[in-house]
Design a protein around this ligand. Sequence first.
Ligand SMILES: NC(=O)c1ccc[n+]([C@@H]2O[C@H](COP(=O)([O-])OP(=O)(O)OC[C@H]3O[C@@H](n4cnc5c(N)ncnc54)[C@H](O)[C@@H]3O)[C@@H](O)[C@H]2O)c1
Ligand SMILES: N[C@H](CO)Cc1c[nH]c[nH+]1
Ligand SMILES: [Zn+2]
Length: 429
Amino acid sequence: MLKKYNYKDLGSEQIRLLVTRNADNANEIGARVESIIERVKSEGDKALFSYSEQFDKVSLNKLFIEFDEIEKLASKIDESEQKALEKAYYNIHKFHLAQISEEAKVETTPGVTCWRETRAIEKVGLYVPGGSAVLPSTFLMLGIPAKIAGCKEIVVCSPPQKNGSINGYIAYCALMLGIKRIYLIGGAQAVAAMALGTESIPKVDKIFGPGNQYVTKAKTIIQSTTDTAIDMPAGPSEVLVIADETTNPAFIAADLLAQAEHGTDSQAILVSTSNKIVEETIIELEKQLTLLPRAEIAAKAIANSYAIITENVDEAMQFSNEYAPEHLIIQTKDWEQLVKKITNAGSVFLGEYTPESAGDYASGTNHTLPTSGFARSYSGVSLESFLKKITFQHISKAGIKNLGPTVETLAELEGLKAHANAVAIRMRD
Ligand SMILES: NC(=O)c1ccc[n+]([C@@H]2O[C@H](COP(=O)([O-])OP(=O)(O)OC[C@H]3O[C@@H](n4cnc5c(N)ncnc54)[C@H](O)[C@@H]3O)[C@@H](O)[C@H]2O)c1
Ligand SMILES: N[C@H](CO)Cc1c[nH]c[nH+]1
Ligand SMILES: [Zn+2]
């Protein structure tokens, strides 16, 4: 069950260890992923067929399914399920559409105009996880901003099901998104295939999407070894709940378990000013766990998690900022006062009636978020993730006369005469 610590008893080294989420077998995962990437590089599709047999236990005869099959699979899902996916689509679309922004042109010096224009990243790869649970919600979280951005080529990979196909929910999302082909590949091999290209899988410019430790490791390796970019490291799910003496322990337990059920390597942290609430949450966790189909997975994740008791909410916030959680839930009576004090978090859920699950599925925000402390430096996926901003400038004849001497002086002081000449040559009458 949840281990308990008193914040005031923790030294800086203990805090450092508590906020570090290194997997026990990180070296083994790294070595395995490197060899998967190498094999995809040298063998292409052949390696992909082989890894599907090895890891997904499926013998595929083709690496993708196309529109006819997607349409057939999508038609089989219940109307109520279609409606729920459509409602999620609508809200996610509305939130991401509002992220379109225009920037003004700026005249920095008379005759010198600078501005930025936005262009979509042309070829993007979306990874939709499907190992322990199939996540159509993730398909919407990635596909909707990619479509709004106007990406020309959208390559989608998701692990094959045991029948060598995909499930109807993924198919229904593909129909809504207008995506006509889905590649049946999972894990590190999918990331490698999209970064390097194979006979069947097109190489892309940027890879998006969450996944387990193999997927996340593959993304970080390809980011530094190929010219394909990634959105961020978005690995095993995490949540940190800040609670005080007024928080409902049943709500806390429910929110902790919602992330714990994703995988045994998920983390669910409670930081509370009240020991009583922590004790009651532990009782609630035990009660609610017994009702979950994925109780075994969730129990293991909870065993890897902990509760911290602090003197006040400011101390709780301080720990949360050090931990930099993927999801931060603040359920204290004065949650408004803590908002400005948040410095590191992927996505924040405020108040008693804001479960994190709402953001996972349908409130509108994106659930593809940085984990493992990367919320200190990365944002979650948004429309911007699929866009590039290109800077432009135009300088008139009068403008170069105004700016030229400054550029010449700076070029001279750096000893770069050719730079100075490129300006001087234009300033002669
Ligand atoms: N951070 C986020 O934004 C976010 C969002 C959604 C989900 N998630 C996380 O995504 C993860 C999904 O994980 P998953 O496993 O269910 O699906 P997944 O699709 O990420 O991984 C499945 C694939 O892993 C590979 N694999 C499995 N065992 C392997 C092994 N021993 N060696 C090499 N490769 C192996 C297989 O190729 C398989 O197809 C969860 O940890 C969940 O918490 C994170
Ligand atoms: N909580 C996950 C992000 O860490 C997203 C998700 C998908 N489905 C359910 N939840
Ligand atoms: Zn979730």
